[in-house]
Design a protein around this ligand. Structure first.
Ligand SMILES: [Zn+2]
Length: 256
């Protein structure tokens, strides 16, 4: 099986559409699916819904993410029980972020439901804001339960001490659209703050197709990364954060 005919077809379409619109893009022979949205220029977050009919929720949805977290209600939410195990380190630079894939066997328990950890990835600056203030970065731990419901644990990252868990990933970052598998393993639990208090609200994926019904668990305590570590990510992605979305009457709860 060869991917070549497909790729050249995709490239032709890309070239045609770029020339047709008069935009001078440098077109690379890469996965066109991942190329179709971004954070700046003609494909910035305010234009996502124009890029594909599949992305209409980005515009029409009324429970979108991220949000500015304020006016929270303290409630009796259950704790998140983390059961993260080490996984072989596989890092992907997918053209939107740096993503670390997770093998089956790590999960969180919430409300008697088990959500399997699928991957974690990074944004800069943070997507969620606290009382209007963004952090330097944000990590998203993406989970799915058996029914396919998504729960994302978010850890805000502020500038501070060097993060040893991050160093393992950062020391050998793949080039754009590349994947690197290494002999070492990584343990997602090493990123978590000791205090697991969290904000909870219902929102969406923060990237196309912006699907709703996502259970957001934003940890109240930020974690740290050094200025050098933050800058290293910004060399690849200077901005990869969607702006905050209207709350539309949604409630934000805090579990201390
Ligand atoms: Zn994310």
């Amino acid at each position: 099986m060869t991917l070549l005919p497909n790729r050249s077809k995709v490239l032709t379409i890309l070239l045609t559409s770029c020339f047709a619109s008069g935009v001078a893009y440098a077109v690379k022979p890469i996965d066109a699916k991942a190329q179709e949205w971004g954070y700046g220029g003609a494909v910035n977050p305010t234009r996502w819904e124009e890029l594909s009919s599949k992305y209409s929720t980005c515009e029409t949805g009324n429970a979108q993410s991220p949000i500015n977290i304020q006016q929270v209600a303290e409630t009796n939410l259950p704790r998140i029980n983390f059961d993260y195990q080490p996984t072989p380190l596989e890092v992907v630079n997918n053209g939107h972020t740096i993503k670390v894939n997770y093998e089956p066997g790590s999960s969180i328990q919430l409300n008697g439901q088990q959500y399997e950890l699928k991957q974690f990835h990074f944004h800069t600056p943070s997507e969620h804001r606290i009382e209007g203030t963004a952090s330097a970065m944000e990590m998203h731990f993406v989970h799915k339960n058996q029914a396919g419901d998504i729960a994302v644990v978010a850890a805000l990252m502020k500038e501070g001490n060097s993060n040893p868990a991050l160093e393992k990933i950062w020391e050998d970052l793949p080039a754009e659209r590349e994947k690197k598998k290494s002999d070492t393993s990584i343990d997602a639990s090493r990123f978590l703050p000791q205090d697991r208090a969290y904000y909870n609200y219902t929102g969406s994926l923060t990237s196309p197709p912006c699907s709703e019904g996502v259970n957001w668990l934003v940890l109240e305590t930020p974690i740290e990364a050094s200025q050098e570590q933050i800058e290293k990510f910004m060399e690849l992605y200077s901005v990869n954060a969607r702006p905050v979305q209207p709350l539309n009457g949604r409630q934000i709860q805090l579990k201390e």
